[in-house]
Design a protein. Sequence first.
Length: 306
Amino acid sequence: MRHLMSPLDFSVEELDQLLDLANDIEKHPEKYAHACDGKKLATLFYEPSTRTRLSFEAAMMNLGGNIFGFSSAASSSAAKGESVSDTIRMISCYADICAMRHPKEGAPMVASAVSSIPVINAGDGGHQHPTQTLTDLLTIRSLKGRLNHLVIGLCGDLKFGRTVHSLVRALARYENVTFVFISPEELKIPSYIKEDVLESSHIPYKEVERIEDVMPVLDILYMTRVQRERFFNEEDYVRLKNFYILNNKKMKLAKEDMIVMHPLPRVNEISVEVDKDPRAAYFRQVQYGVYVRMALILTLLEVKVC
Ligand code: NCD
């Protein structure tokens, strides 16, 4: 039995297969409409979510399966003091697969150690968010036609943003990917990612503060929100929250075929005027998220569709 804790749990070849399956689902959704008849997905969300939880639920429903779960710690037995390990032992008796989001780094990993069903990490604290990364890889491969030979700018809260941490790990495995980290001093990418993921493999990267300076060289601009819930004080959040606002004026500096991505939710970091720009890919990204989660559920449940 397999779990998904980190995007690196799949080899590059396995990822290719998963993304191929997602593309086939996109083209022929009817083929998959009953693939999970009678199967149940539990969504255990100890932290707020709109897209990820609903995207998992939509994915399972598109496969003909059923869903149940909770959407906040307050509405689960966690409020009574139940441990994640006990909860998952119990859920294993009810469901065939589960997706878990938790504010504590490593909680889904703890669950996977005692679970008798596949556990998917749907975001653990500031650590990882592997299914967002699968979504991002599918979006990039579908819209740019490749996952190698790319210059990707990651902008905003690179310190706490788990989507960034997972995506950098995943893209670092492809040839000739250059990373440009765009952030204020206080929200720089953690040094463990620079050292363990990039420098150890001689992967080129640079760190800048001004988005305008690098815009013309980017193939992808990955915007992120300042992660208010992970700040220790409100004052710092207020000072940093509007540090970057992508608007049409800045978009003029970018390549014609650059794409703008964002895991969403957006706060102020992308002005709504940019939504009309054909290079804005963040809502298409949401749709890819459903296809890739369908592919992931089929893969972890070992359901084959001919
Ligand atoms: C992200 C998350 O939860 O980390 N959202 C998502 O799952 N699409 C990004 C964020 O909350 O900023």
